[in-house]
Write a protein that binds this ligand. Structure first.
Ligand SMILES: CC(C)(COP(=O)(O)OP(=O)(O)OC[C@H]1O[C@@H](n2cnc3c(N)ncnc32)[C@H](O)[C@@H]1OP(=O)(O)O)[C@@H](O)C(=O)NCCC(=O)NCCS
Length: 208
C-alpha cells in the first residue's frame, strides 16, 4: 500500500544506524520484558480498557510481530497492539493504541501505525480495522488521518452493542474499516520487523 508521507515525520538515515537525537524514538517490537510497562501505559490511557498483565504478556510474545512500541530514554512512550484475525488474515485489526498524555499530538500514534504497516508480518493485508466508541474524538481523528495518508476509504458500522454485548457496562463500539486497497509496488519495500528510530513531527494539537 502507498502511504502519503507527512512532511514532518522523518525516518532519518542516521537514526536508522542507531544515533537517535534526544527527541527521537526507538520503534521496535515488544518482548515479554516490556509487558509490565505496556500494562502500566494502557492503564494510564483512559478510555482504553485496562488489560490483565497476562493479556499484555501474550501480546508481547504471541503477537509481538504485529505489535509495536516507541521507546525513549529507556521508557515506553507509545504502544500499538494488533493482530491478523485467524479467520481474516488480509485484515490487520488494531487492538489498542496508547500514547502517554505528554507525548500526544506529535504524530507518534500515526507514525507507529505507519511503521507497523511496513513489517513483513503484515505483508498481504488489504485493510485495517479497529473498534472505537462514538465519543473518542482523538481515536476517530487518528484513524481518519491514517485513512487519508493511505488514500483509502474509511467506513464505520455498529459492532459491539452496549446492551447486547456489554450488558450496559461499556459504550457501544463501532467497527472502523480502512481500505481495502490493492497490492502495489510499495509492498515490495517491506522490511523485517526490526529497530528504527523515528522523530515524530512537532507537537501541533492539544492532547485530550
Ligand atoms: C488516540 C491517541 C492514540 C492519539 O495519539 P497521538 O500520538 O496524539 O496521535 P497523532 O499525533 O498521531 O495524531 C493523529 C491524527 O489525529 C489527530 N488528533 C490526535 N489527537 C486529537 C485530539 N485530541 N483531537 C482532535 N484530533 C486529534 C491529529 O491532529 C492527527 O491528525 P492529522 O494527521 O490530520 O493532523 C492518544 O490520544 C491516546 O493514547 N488516547 C488515549 C487512548 C485511546 O483512546 N486510544 C485509541 C483507542 S484505539
Amino acid at each position: 500500500m502507498e502511504w502519503k508521507e507527512a512532511a514532518s515525520v522523518q525516518r532519518g538515515e542516521n537514526a536508522a544506524r542507531g544515533t537517535p537525537t534526544s527527541a527521537s524514538y526507538l520503534f521496535r517490537g515488544p518482548t515479554a520484558a516490556d509487558a509490565r510497562a505496556v500494562w502500566e501505559l494502557v492503564a494510564d490511557c483512559r478510555p482504553l480498557d485496562p488489560n490483565s498483565l497476562y493479556c499484555n504478556l501474550l501480546q508481547c510474545t504471541h503477537f509481538a510481530e504485529t505489535c509495536i512500541l516507541a521507546e525513549q530514554g529507556g521508557r515506553i512512550r507509545g504502544w500499538v497492539s494488533a493482530y491478523r484475525p485467524p479467520t481474516d488474515p488480509q485484515t490487520l485489526f488494531i487492538w489498542q493504541v496508547a500514547i502517554p498524555r505528554e507525548a500526544r499530538g506529535c504524530g507518534l500514534a500515526s507514525s507507529l501505525i505507519k511503521e507497523l504497516l511496513q513489517r513483513d508480518a503484515v505483508r498481504g493485508i488489504r485493510q485495517l480495522q479497529a473498534t472505537v466508541t462514538r465519543d473518542n474524538k482523538a481515536s476517530w481523528a487518528l484513524f481518519r488521518s491514517v485513512a487519508d495518508s493511505l488514500n483509502a476509504p474509511l467506513i464505520s458500522q455498529a459492532h459491539f452493542d452496549r446492551e447486547q454485548h456489554f450488558g450496559g457496562r461499556h459504550q457501544s463500539e463501532y467497527m472502523l474499516t480502512i481500505g481495502p486497497w490493492h497490492a502495489s509496488a510499495a509492498e515490495s519495500g517491506h522490511r523485517s520487523a526490526g529497530v528504527n528510530h523515528i522523530t515524530p513531527r512537532e507537537r501541533k494539537t492539544d492532547a485530550l
